[in-house]
Design a protein around this ligand. Structure first.
Ligand SMILES: [Fe+2]
Length: 194
């Protein structure tokens, strides 16, 4: 992978430019993912303090750090998955792009098969599983393809950059229990660095 000096500020600026052009989803992903590829190819783009799990609180083996929040709604975070870290299937309710900077992460995607009439029950079907490696980008498409489970099966931290169309803090989202079908609403309350 070629290295780059493309940094967070330039990335946020370029993303805001796209968003100002009233883009459709395809344009956001097409141009946005090319910018994100450049960003994650630059090891210097993310300070060391955002490359380790938080070490405190209920998810001490996890870290989520706010990097940029724009008036447009654009949100950029760094997410760190410690060894063995796991996120149960959940949705996002906004578009997203996830790029891996360090190490790898297993992502399992699910399709929702029920009619969505019952807000507290869902039937999910396993769609696909991938091991994301540095330089790769995974896209989240609201309602269509956005339910995933994440696992770090390795023995060292995985570092990612996440980009969303809305601030996840305060956004109503759902977790899914694969065995019981139960849907549990949840809200991200804070980032580890604010
Ligand atoms: Fe997620």
């Amino acid at each position: 992978m070629a290295t780059s000096s493309y940094g967070l500020q330039e990335f946020a600026h370029d993303m805001e430019d796209i968003l100002r052009s009233q883009p459709d989803q395809a344009k956001i992903f097409d141009r946005g993912s090319s910018y994100l590829e450049r960003l994650i190819a630059n090891p210097g783009a993310l300070p060391d303090e955002y490359r380790a799990p938080s070490g405190t609180g209920p998810r001490s083996n996890h870290g989520s750090y706010l990097l940029y929040r724009g008036d447009s709604g654009l949100l950029v975070t760094a997410v760190v998955w410690g060894p063995g870290d796991h996120a149960a299937p959940h949705d996002h309710h906004t578009w997203g792009m996830i790029g891996v900077m360090d190490n790898s992460l297993s992502e399992t995607r699910f399709r929702r098969m029920d009619d969505r009439e019952d807000p507290l029950h869902a039937t999910l079907e396993r769609d696909r599983e991938a091991t994301l490696v540095p330089g790769e980008i995974s896209l989240l498409i609201p309602t269509v393809d956005e339910i995933h489970q994440m696992d770090n099966h390795t023995d060292r931290p995985t570092v990612e950059i996440h980009v969303y169309g809305q601030d996840l803090k305060g956004l109503d989202r759902c977790r899914y229990n694969l065995e019981t079908g139960e849907v549990t609403p949840f809200v991200t309350r804070k980032w580890d660095n604010e």
